[in-house]
Design a protein around this ligand. Sequence first.
Ligand code: PAF
Length: 283
Amino acid sequence: MRIIRTIAEVRDAVREAKRQQKTVGLVPTMGAFHAGHLSLMQEARKRTDLVVVSLFVNPAQFGPNEDLSRYPRDEARDAAMAEEQHVDILFAPEPAEVYPDGFATTIHIAGITDVLDGASRGAHHFDGVATVVAKLFGIVAPDVAYFGQKDAQQVLVVRRLVRDLNIDVRIEAVPTVREPDGLAMSSRNIYLDPAARQQAAALNRALEAADAMVEAGERRAAVIEDAARRILDDAGISAEYLELRDADTLQPVTTLTGDGLLAVAAYVGAARLIDNRLLRVSA
Ligand code: PAF
Protein backbone atom coordinates (compact mmCIF):
# COMPACT_ATOMS: atom_id res chain seq x y z
CA MET A 1 0.00 0.00 0.00
CA ARG A 2 1.26 3.48 -0.91
CA ILE A 3 0.67 6.42 1.37
CA ILE A 4 0.27 9.48 -0.82
CA ARG A 5 0.04 13.09 0.35
CA THR A 6 -0.31 15.05 -2.86
CA ILE A 7 -3.12 15.42 -5.35
CA ALA A 8 -0.68 15.19 -8.27
CA GLU A 9 0.60 11.76 -7.15
CA VAL A 10 -2.88 10.33 -6.63
CA ARG A 11 -3.88 11.57 -10.07
CA ASP A 12 -0.83 9.89 -11.62
CA ALA A 13 -1.58 6.59 -9.90
CA VAL A 14 -5.24 6.67 -10.95
CA ARG A 15 -4.36 7.66 -14.52
CA GLU A 16 -2.01 4.68 -14.76
CA ALA A 17 -4.67 2.30 -13.37
CA LYS A 18 -7.25 3.58 -15.83
CA ARG A 19 -4.77 3.22 -18.68
CA GLN A 20 -4.69 -0.45 -17.71
CA GLN A 21 -8.52 -0.55 -17.86
CA LYS A 22 -8.73 -0.94 -14.07
CA THR A 23 -11.77 0.25 -12.13
CA VAL A 24 -11.22 2.63 -9.22
CA GLY A 25 -13.00 2.48 -5.87
CA LEU A 26 -12.85 5.31 -3.35
CA VAL A 27 -13.57 5.07 0.36
CA PRO A 28 -13.65 8.61 1.80
CA THR A 29 -12.86 8.64 5.54
CA MET A 30 -11.70 10.82 8.38
CA GLY A 31 -9.65 7.99 9.85
CA ALA A 32 -9.92 6.46 13.34
CA PHE A 33 -10.84 3.24 11.60
CA HIS A 34 -13.27 0.72 13.05
CA ALA A 35 -15.08 -2.29 11.65
CA GLY A 36 -17.49 -0.01 9.77
CA HIS A 37 -14.63 1.50 7.76
CA LEU A 38 -13.16 -1.95 7.19
CA SER A 39 -16.45 -3.16 5.69
CA LEU A 40 -16.35 -0.24 3.22
CA MET A 41 -12.79 -1.16 2.28
CA GLN A 42 -13.76 -4.82 1.90
CA GLU A 43 -16.63 -3.89 -0.45
CA ALA A 44 -14.31 -1.69 -2.50
CA ARG A 45 -11.67 -4.47 -2.57
CA LYS A 46 -14.22 -7.04 -3.78
CA ARG A 47 -15.70 -4.85 -6.49
CA THR A 48 -12.95 -2.58 -7.85
CA ASP A 49 -9.37 -3.03 -9.05
CA LEU A 50 -7.64 -0.02 -7.50
CA VAL A 51 -8.81 0.82 -3.97
CA VAL A 52 -8.11 4.35 -2.75
CA VAL A 53 -8.93 5.25 0.85
CA SER A 54 -8.80 8.95 1.68
CA LEU A 55 -7.90 9.90 5.23
CA PHE A 56 -8.61 13.55 5.91
CA VAL A 57 -10.19 15.12 8.98
CA ASN A 58 -12.06 17.79 7.08
CA PRO A 59 -12.08 21.02 9.11
CA ALA A 60 -14.82 22.51 6.91
CA GLN A 61 -17.48 20.15 8.23
CA PHE A 62 -16.89 20.90 11.91
CA GLY A 63 -18.51 23.84 13.68
CA PRO A 64 -16.58 26.09 16.09
CA ASN A 65 -17.94 24.22 19.12
CA GLU A 66 -17.49 20.73 17.70
CA ASP A 67 -14.77 18.15 18.23
CA LEU A 68 -12.28 18.96 15.42
CA SER A 69 -9.29 19.38 17.73
CA ARG A 70 -9.96 16.26 19.78
CA TYR A 71 -11.18 14.10 16.86
CA PRO A 72 -9.19 10.85 17.17
CA ARG A 73 -6.15 10.73 14.88
CA ASP A 74 -3.70 7.85 14.59
CA GLU A 75 -2.43 7.57 11.05
CA ALA A 76 0.04 4.76 11.76
CA ARG A 77 -2.72 2.57 13.21
CA ASP A 78 -5.08 3.46 10.35
CA ALA A 79 -2.43 2.73 7.75
CA ALA A 80 -1.76 -0.71 9.25
CA MET A 81 -5.48 -1.49 9.24
CA ALA A 82 -5.93 -0.32 5.64
CA GLU A 83 -2.93 -2.38 4.57
CA GLU A 84 -4.50 -5.47 6.12
CA GLN A 85 -7.54 -4.86 3.91
CA HIS A 86 -5.25 -4.79 0.85
CA VAL A 87 -5.98 -1.16 0.13
CA ASP A 88 -3.76 0.10 -2.71
CA ILE A 89 -3.50 3.78 -1.84
CA LEU A 90 -4.03 5.67 1.39
CA PHE A 91 -4.46 9.30 0.36
CA ALA A 92 -3.65 11.35 3.48
CA PRO A 93 -3.19 14.98 2.45
CA GLU A 94 -2.34 17.91 4.70
CA PRO A 95 -5.10 20.53 5.06
CA ALA A 96 -3.15 22.99 2.87
CA GLU A 97 -3.11 20.47 0.03
CA VAL A 98 -6.90 20.27 0.13
CA TYR A 99 -7.61 23.91 1.00
CA PRO A 100 -4.71 25.98 -0.36
CA ASP A 101 -4.53 29.72 0.24
CA GLY A 102 -7.25 31.46 -1.69
CA PHE A 103 -9.61 28.49 -1.65
CA ALA A 104 -13.04 30.11 -2.13
CA THR A 105 -15.62 27.52 -3.18
CA THR A 106 -18.40 26.00 -1.09
CA ILE A 107 -21.04 23.62 -2.34
CA HIS A 108 -24.42 24.00 -0.73
CA ILE A 109 -27.16 21.48 -1.37
CA ALA A 110 -30.55 22.94 -0.54
CA GLY A 111 -33.50 21.14 1.05
CA ILE A 112 -32.27 17.82 2.35
CA THR A 113 -29.49 19.54 4.32
CA ASP A 114 -31.94 21.77 6.21
CA VAL A 115 -33.17 19.01 8.51
CA LEU A 116 -31.82 16.44 10.98
CA ASP A 117 -28.01 16.84 11.24
CA GLY A 118 -28.09 19.90 8.97
CA ALA A 119 -30.49 21.63 11.37
CA SER A 120 -28.69 20.40 14.49
CA ARG A 121 -25.10 21.04 13.44
CA GLY A 122 -25.73 23.99 11.09
CA ALA A 123 -25.42 24.47 7.33
CA HIS A 124 -21.60 24.44 7.46
CA HIS A 125 -21.67 20.69 8.18
CA PHE A 126 -23.12 19.39 4.93
CA ASP A 127 -21.58 22.27 2.98
CA GLY A 128 -18.22 21.04 4.26
CA VAL A 129 -19.05 17.42 3.45
CA ALA A 130 -20.35 18.19 -0.05
CA THR A 131 -17.35 20.40 -0.85
CA VAL A 132 -14.70 17.93 0.29
CA VAL A 133 -16.46 14.95 -1.31
CA ALA A 134 -16.76 16.85 -4.61
CA LYS A 135 -13.03 17.62 -4.37
CA LEU A 136 -12.20 13.97 -3.66
CA PHE A 137 -14.29 12.91 -6.65
CA GLY A 138 -12.43 15.50 -8.76
CA ILE A 139 -9.06 14.28 -7.49
CA VAL A 140 -9.57 10.51 -7.57
CA ALA A 141 -12.21 10.25 -10.33
CA PRO A 142 -13.47 6.94 -8.88
CA ASP A 143 -15.88 4.66 -10.70
CA VAL A 144 -17.51 3.75 -7.38
CA ALA A 145 -17.46 5.47 -3.98
CA TYR A 146 -18.45 3.73 -0.74
CA PHE A 147 -20.22 5.39 2.20
CA GLY A 148 -21.68 3.99 5.42
CA GLN A 149 -25.44 3.84 5.80
CA LYS A 150 -24.97 4.98 9.41
CA ASP A 151 -24.62 8.47 7.94
CA ALA A 152 -27.87 8.06 6.01
CA GLN A 153 -28.39 11.78 5.44
CA GLN A 154 -24.80 12.10 4.18
CA VAL A 155 -25.50 9.33 1.65
CA LEU A 156 -28.55 11.25 0.37
CA VAL A 157 -26.52 14.47 0.21
CA VAL A 158 -23.75 12.77 -1.77
CA ARG A 159 -26.26 11.13 -4.13
CA ARG A 160 -27.83 14.55 -4.76
CA LEU A 161 -24.39 16.09 -5.28
CA VAL A 162 -23.43 13.63 -8.00
CA ARG A 163 -26.83 13.85 -9.64
CA ASP A 164 -26.98 17.66 -9.66
CA LEU A 165 -23.37 18.16 -10.76
CA ASN A 166 -23.36 15.23 -13.23
CA ILE A 167 -20.40 13.60 -11.52
CA ASP A 168 -19.74 10.23 -13.11
CA VAL A 169 -19.47 8.01 -10.04
CA ARG A 170 -21.68 5.28 -8.59
CA ILE A 171 -22.48 5.72 -4.91
CA GLU A 172 -22.74 2.56 -2.82
CA ALA A 173 -24.20 2.68 0.67
CA VAL A 174 -22.85 -0.10 2.90
CA PRO A 175 -24.90 -1.40 5.87
CA THR A 176 -24.05 -0.13 9.35
CA VAL A 177 -21.73 -2.39 11.35
CA ARG A 178 -22.80 -2.82 14.98
CA GLU A 179 -21.30 -3.92 18.27
CA PRO A 180 -22.83 -7.11 19.74
CA ASP A 181 -25.32 -5.01 21.75
CA GLY A 182 -26.38 -3.10 18.64
CA LEU A 183 -24.42 0.13 19.11
CA ALA A 184 -23.44 1.45 15.68
CA MET A 185 -19.68 1.54 15.15
CA SER A 186 -18.42 5.11 15.18
CA SER A 187 -15.07 6.80 15.61
CA ARG A 188 -16.73 8.85 18.36
CA ASN A 189 -17.55 5.76 20.47
CA ILE A 190 -14.10 6.17 22.04
CA TYR A 191 -15.46 9.22 23.91
CA LEU A 192 -17.88 6.93 25.80
CA ASP A 193 -16.97 6.03 29.38
CA PRO A 194 -18.21 2.61 30.58
CA ALA A 195 -21.53 3.98 31.90
CA ALA A 196 -22.23 5.98 28.75
CA ARG A 197 -21.21 3.00 26.63
CA GLN A 198 -23.94 0.94 28.31
CA GLN A 199 -26.49 3.72 27.93
CA ALA A 200 -25.65 4.14 24.25
CA ALA A 201 -27.06 0.72 23.34
CA ALA A 202 -30.53 2.22 23.88
CA LEU A 203 -30.25 4.07 20.56
CA ASN A 204 -30.38 0.82 18.62
CA ARG A 205 -33.06 -0.61 20.94
CA ALA A 206 -35.25 2.40 20.13
CA LEU A 207 -34.73 1.92 16.40
CA GLU A 208 -35.41 -1.81 16.67
CA ALA A 209 -38.64 -1.20 18.55
CA ALA A 210 -39.77 1.22 15.84
CA ASP A 211 -38.91 -1.34 13.19
CA ALA A 212 -40.95 -3.99 14.99
CA MET A 213 -43.94 -1.63 15.21
CA VAL A 214 -43.84 -0.96 11.47
CA GLU A 215 -43.48 -4.69 10.83
CA ALA A 216 -46.60 -5.21 12.93
CA GLY A 217 -48.52 -2.69 10.81
CA GLU A 218 -48.15 0.64 12.66
CA ARG A 219 -47.92 3.54 10.21
CA ARG A 220 -48.48 6.65 12.39
CA ALA A 221 -45.19 8.53 12.63
CA ALA A 222 -45.96 10.20 15.96
CA VAL A 223 -46.84 6.88 17.60
CA ILE A 224 -43.64 5.28 16.32
CA GLU A 225 -41.49 8.25 17.36
CA ASP A 226 -43.08 8.37 20.83
CA ALA A 227 -42.40 4.68 21.45
CA ALA A 228 -38.77 5.07 20.38
CA ARG A 229 -38.36 8.21 22.48
CA ARG A 230 -39.71 6.39 25.58
CA ILE A 231 -36.91 3.83 25.24
CA LEU A 232 -34.34 6.62 25.14
CA ASP A 233 -36.02 8.34 28.13
CA ASP A 234 -35.83 5.09 30.12
CA ALA A 235 -32.09 4.96 29.40
CA GLY A 236 -31.69 8.58 30.48
CA ILE A 237 -30.98 9.81 26.95
CA SER A 238 -32.50 13.02 25.67
CA ALA A 239 -32.38 13.05 21.87
CA GLU A 240 -31.21 16.10 19.95
CA TYR A 241 -33.63 14.83 17.33
CA LEU A 242 -35.57 11.66 16.77
CA GLU A 243 -37.59 11.98 13.59
CA LEU A 244 -39.31 9.74 11.12
CA ARG A 245 -39.01 11.15 7.61
CA ASP A 246 -39.44 10.03 4.04
CA ALA A 247 -36.43 7.83 3.28
CA ASP A 248 -35.65 9.50 -0.06
CA THR A 249 -36.63 13.15 0.34
CA LEU A 250 -36.31 13.55 4.14
CA GLN A 251 -39.66 15.37 4.08
CA PRO A 252 -41.67 14.94 7.29
CA VAL A 253 -44.28 12.19 7.27
CA THR A 254 -47.37 11.83 9.43
CA THR A 255 -48.36 8.43 8.08
CA LEU A 256 -45.92 6.06 6.45
CA THR A 257 -47.01 5.23 2.93
CA GLY A 258 -43.52 4.56 1.57
CA ASP A 259 -40.23 3.67 3.21
CA GLY A 260 -39.31 5.86 6.17
CA LEU A 261 -36.03 6.79 7.75
CA LEU A 262 -36.07 6.99 11.53
CA ALA A 263 -33.02 9.06 12.43
CA VAL A 264 -31.70 9.90 15.85
CA ALA A 265 -28.90 12.05 17.28
CA ALA A 266 -28.09 12.31 20.95
CA TYR A 267 -25.32 13.20 23.30
CA VAL A 268 -24.51 10.15 25.39
CA GLY A 269 -21.91 11.20 27.91
CA ALA A 270 -19.27 13.12 25.95
CA ALA A 271 -20.13 11.58 22.58
CA ARG A 272 -22.58 12.94 20.05
CA LEU A 273 -23.91 9.80 18.40
CA ILE A 274 -26.14 9.36 15.38
CA ASP A 275 -27.95 6.30 14.14
CA ASN A 276 -30.89 5.47 11.90
CA ARG A 277 -33.11 2.69 10.63
CA LEU A 278 -34.78 2.32 7.29
CA LEU A 279 -38.38 1.41 8.07
CA ARG A 280 -39.58 -0.53 5.09
CA VAL A 281 -43.22 -0.38 4.16
CA SER A 282 -42.79 -1.63 0.61
CA ALA A 283 -42.43 -5.37 0.19
O1 PAF B 1 -18.19 10.26 6.76
C1 PAF B 1 -17.09 10.83 6.88
O2 PAF B 1 -16.15 10.29 7.46
C2 PAF B 1 -16.90 12.21 6.28
O3 PAF B 1 -18.06 12.97 6.41
C3 PAF B 1 -16.41 12.18 4.83
C4 PAF B 1 -17.43 11.55 3.90
C5 PAF B 1 -15.10 11.42 4.74
C6 PAF B 1 -16.15 13.61 4.34
O4 PAF B 1 -15.20 14.25 5.11
